[in-house]
Design a protein around this ligand. Structure first.
Ligand SMILES: *Cc1c(COP(=O)(O)O)cnc(C)c1O
Length: 391
């Protein structure tokens, strides 16, 4: 009788490197303060940037949709799984983003898998080395030629485009906001290069949706590049507070993906409650600039307090604020010590980031108060003192 005992060896290796970790189980709703194992903790790790997961309008929209349509959609989008609320959400998203069309997928992850079905053997995809796992996997599923450029290295990107010399259709793919360092892609420079070399631009705004640009419209809006970015991917799972992802772009692109994108064709569409909650959230986002301003104000406050205390926050320029610790075991130990102090901030280590660049990644939200953030900085400093991080 075969067993799975052989998997233990791999897990022990992770344990030895301080990289073994099972999910924390939280009781109660997402928010700045959450409860786990009977302890109330200040959490700095959610993507609930605007606190939308608990917004009464969004919750009400979900409840009403369940009452009206039931719990599930009953089918994939192409059969009986496109309800009027799915269609309405896509119209709302296209209008919000200022694009011809938008197509919704079950998650941001599947959006990248789906959108990449655009790429074939006659295409070249040039991708930033720090792009999200779902972009990497999406690219792997295509027959396109691949090239990687060093993080935000515009010289190397240009070199890759020059080498191609117009041989293949080139697609430049980048995160809008990078999730590990919290830095913003140099989109204006990318667009300039794309225009010079006749390439397409594909930006994944998962961490920029609801965060960057007017009313959270994303990085294209932030840099005033409307009409010059061909594919804008967004997520409905982070600041929007529900779950899902979408592609915003040309109508012909949407109609092509409806026929070719496998997560769209072969996996059931969002439950009505999800579609309705997303719709309510996008409508709410249109008048959320004050909340977004508060998010950025909180981020600046937290980052500058940390920097004043002598911490290395890497290239952070958004509400994602990493604190660089170093080796994996040292990083995970820092995160554990912080938990003892009542602050939950996720340790992120190799291979997600370089071996010596392990970090405790903090994500500030609009729902945190300045007192919450000052408390966090105080506790982080106490752990740094105890572990000798800043010595
Ligand atoms: C989080 C993230 C995703 C995945 O989004 P989900 O909706 O959680 O599946 C995709 N791309 C990037 C860049 C992300 O940060």
């Amino acid at each position: 009788m075969p067993t799975f005992d052989y998997l233990n060896g791999e897990l022990e290796k992770l344990q030895a490197k301080g990289m073994y970790r099972l999910p924390t189980v939280w009781s109660g709703a997402s928010g700045p303060w959450m409860e786990a194992d009977g302890r109330r903790l200040l959490q700095l790790s959610s993507n609930n940037y605007l606190g939308f997961t608990g917004h009464p309008d969004i919750k009400r929209a979900a409840v009403e949709a369940i009452e009206r349509y039931g719990s599930g959609s009953g089918s994939v989008r192409t059969i009986t799984g496109t309800l009027d609320i799915h269609d309405e959400l896509e119209r709302e998203l296209a209008d919000f983003k200022g694009t011809e069309a938008a197509l919704v997928f079950q998650s941001g992850f599947t959006t990248n898998q789906g959108a990449m079905s655009l790429l074939g053997p006659d295409d070249l995809v040039v991708s930033d080395e720090l792009n999200h796992a779902s972009i990497i996997d999406g690219i792997r599923l295509t027959k396109a030629e691949r090239a990687i450029f060093a993080h935000k290295d515009m010289d190397e990107l240009e070199k890759r485009l020059r080498e191609n010399g117009g041989r293949k259709r080139a697609f430049i793919v980048t995160d809008g906001v990078f999730s590990m360092d919290g830095d913003i892609a140099p989109l204006p420079a990318i667009v300039d290069l794309a225009e010079r070399y006749g390439a397409y631009v594909y930006v994944d705004d998962a961490h920029a949706s609801g965060v960057l640009g007017a009313n959270g419209k994303g990085s294209t809006d932030h840099f005033g590049l409307h009409g010059r970015v061909h594919i804008q991917v967004g997520t409905l799972s982070k600041a929007v507070g529900v779950v899902g992802g979408y592609v915003a772009g040309a109508d012909v692109l949407k109609r092509y993906l409806i026929h070719k994108a496998r997560p769209f064709l072969f996996s059931t569409s969002h439950p009505p409650a999800v579609a309705a909650a997303c719709l309510a959230a996008i409508r709410l986002l249109r008048q959320s600039q004050p909340l977004i301003d508060r998010l950025w104000d909180n981020a600046t406050f937290f980052r500058s307090r940390l920097q004043e205390a002598g911490f290395d926050t890497a290239g952070s320029e958004t509400p994602i604020v990493p604190i660089i610790i170093g080796e994996p075991d040292k990083t995970m130990e820092f995160s554990r010590q912080l938990l003892l102090e009542g602050v939950y901030a996720q340790g992120i280590v190799y291979p997600t980031v370089a071996l010596d660049k392990g970090r405790v990644r903090c994500i500030v939200t609009a729902a945190h108060t300045k007192d919450d953030l000052a408390f966090a900085v105080d506790r982080i400093a106490a752990v740094a003192e105890r572990t000798g991080l800043l010595r």
